[in-house]
Ligand binder design. Sequence first.
Ligand SMILES: O=P(O)(O)OC[C@H]1O[C@@H](O)[C@H](O)[C@@H](O)[C@@H]1O
Length: 306
Amino acid sequence: MTETPGSWSFTRWITKGQLEGLEIHHPDFHAKLLLQGAHLIQFAPTGEANWLWLSKTARFETGRAVRGGIPICWPWFGLPDRNPPQVREHIQTRQSHGFARTQLWQLDQLTESPETVEVSLALAIDDDMPTLWHGKARALLTFRFSADLLHIALTTTNLDSKPLALTQALHTYFPCDDIASTQLEGFDGVKFVDTLRDWELYEQCGPVTFDGEVDRIYQRPAEQQVCIHNGNRQQQITSLGSRSAVVWNPGPEKADCLSDFPAEAWRSMVCVETANALHDFRVLNSGQTHTLGAMISCRQGPASDS
Ligand SMILES: O=P(O)(O)OC[C@H]1O[C@@H](O)[C@H](O)[C@@H](O)[C@@H]1O
């Protein structure tokens, strides 16, 4: 049951530019999310910096995807043409990353406890959207915030009588001190499609490092934990319902072409996106559900401490 505005202890409505959202000021953590796109733009335990990267030039405008935080790519990931045929046949536009990130989601539920705050937002597509997508589906995005964990679960239900094929991603932007010394662990031996090298398949050897633009879709054999080593900070991502992950940094040239992205910002961010992409697309029969999830934690201190 949805709580009425004002009856919460830690949560209040906010406006950011043209967008409405919720701000959570719990004694143990702080979070900000927008109803447009169900877009989390900030999460941090008390006393810590934002665990998410948010562009200094991000714009908070109706119908515009916010640069940073966690945009939700749904019900397809990436360019329509690069999706499997079963997914492509639902798509009626050339726009990438679906439409959920610019749609207004509804607050479905908000529960506070002394340790956690749980917020669910819903987006229901009850009818075909002739210029965007054919299908009927409901997306429910639940955030569970606590002092040491950010838990995200995106559940899709097929409301249509026909099967639904989808790709999707939790397009998470992480901050880093210096991309040149940032390393990702958890992909050693994993095959990936390199979108910058003709979409050919390669195999990762050792940690992922960054030397210019990187745009890859890792196809992992099972759910795996990924760790971002970034100076003295380690960010861990445990995925659920996902066998693919996107790793992206635009590098200097592509950064110049991106909206709301300062010239040098590519040095201080990396996207590690828990996904169902390419061969990891999901098919839901009528009434079926699928949950894509991620648990994110962060610790300070040298890697050997972990
Ligand atoms: O600028 P957008 O639409 O938010 O996309 C950003 C990036 O998102 C990543 O997921 C893609 O792999 C990149 O190819 C893309 O450039």
